[in-house]
Design a protein around this ligand. Sequence first.
Ligand SMILES: Nc1ncnc2c1ncn2[C@@H]1O[C@H](COP(=O)(O)OP(=O)(O)OP(=O)(O)O)[C@@H](O)[C@H]1O
Ligand SMILES: [Mg+2]
Length: 380
Amino acid sequence: MATSEQIRLLIVEDVPQVAQYIRGLLNAQTQIKLLDVLTDGSKAVAQAQQLRPDVVLVDHLLQGRMKGPAVIEQLRALEVPVVALTVPQNPLRPDPAKGIFAVLSMPFSGYDLITRIGEVQQMLRATDRLGSARLVAVYAAKGGVGKTTIAFNLAVAAGQLGFRTVLIDGSLQFGDLRSLVKVPLDAPSLLDLPTDRIQESDLADVLWRDPSGIDLLLAPPRVEMAEMVTVRDIDKILSLLRRVYEVIVVDTTAVLSEITLSFLDASDTIVNVVTYDSTTIHNTIAVADTFRSIGYPASKVRYLVNRADSSGGIAAEDLARTLGRVPEYSVVSDGRLVVQSNNEGLPFVLANPSAQVSQDIVRTATDLLGAGRVAAAARR
Ligand SMILES: Nc1ncnc2c1ncn2[C@@H]1O[C@H](COP(=O)(O)OP(=O)(O)OP(=O)(O)O)[C@@H](O)[C@H]1O
Ligand SMILES: [Mg+2]
């Protein structure tokens, strides 16, 4: 969303006139947020860790204790992308392996500056998505329709199909998974991740390894702690998890808060749970409108009818007509198995794999994640 789109820029430049020129160019726009201008290269790493820029502009000809190339090398180790500033007499080529994602040669215009920085950001977004996990958000426009139950079992089914899977509790206030899976109160949560530069090695400490074979990223243990999580934290966490896992499932909440939207924005597919209940259907239509106006393509959303065999008098055709399409998935109701498994903190797909409700979930997972991958996983 708009606020998280702004690119955070740090500049390392010791020539005051050049720094002043760039400040002037940046003043005329809002796409890039200038965090600070450092004149001393040896402060770059500490400041980058503190300010968390998306991109750092470094003068390759930087003088002083630490020269330009050394600063760039240090930032590369931190995985912070650099735009290198140079002069025609000192030609440079972009080389992402060395941390130089783009080169800006003097003299340059405001347009050059902004496009170069924008390109770097886009390049990173693209690689973040490429070759990385599939993110499935389980959403419903109304509470209590089975989001948490379905998200948990869908994630476990993905794990069974051979995908390295993490399940995120996106219901930050109530942390539904904490009570479902019955973790101890001091089990780590999303809040235990360092917010500055999160590293892959930090992940092991904050994930809950469930006996069902998947990892869980839990919500904070107390309601009021949910406020401490920002959209920016979510973006960072997701980009890190994408590198480590093949499938990310998120359990969300009905309220379209900024946090919920950030999960939905990031997801490849939204599994939108509906039930044969007029309020749920009404809310689902309203949200479908919102999704359209945000610009989500229709193919991003898949409808899943939960408790599909208890229609309460509403015909399947009526539901399809109201939604404007036939729901892709359905899961039957199984009060005994589902409630008992939930009470024991077990996924029903493992407790009773041959039950219809389990098979419905596995079919959904297979379809969502691609049969090709499933066959490949089965061969491993
Ligand atoms: N297919 C099903 N068959 C039988 N019971 C079900 C089924 N799906 C969900 N339930 C039951 O419905 C209740 C609500 O489910 P769940 O907590 O997963 O919903 P939710 O959408 O996550 O709710 P909330 O909005 O509170 O987060 C639970 O008691 C669960 O056991
Ligand atoms: Mg829930």
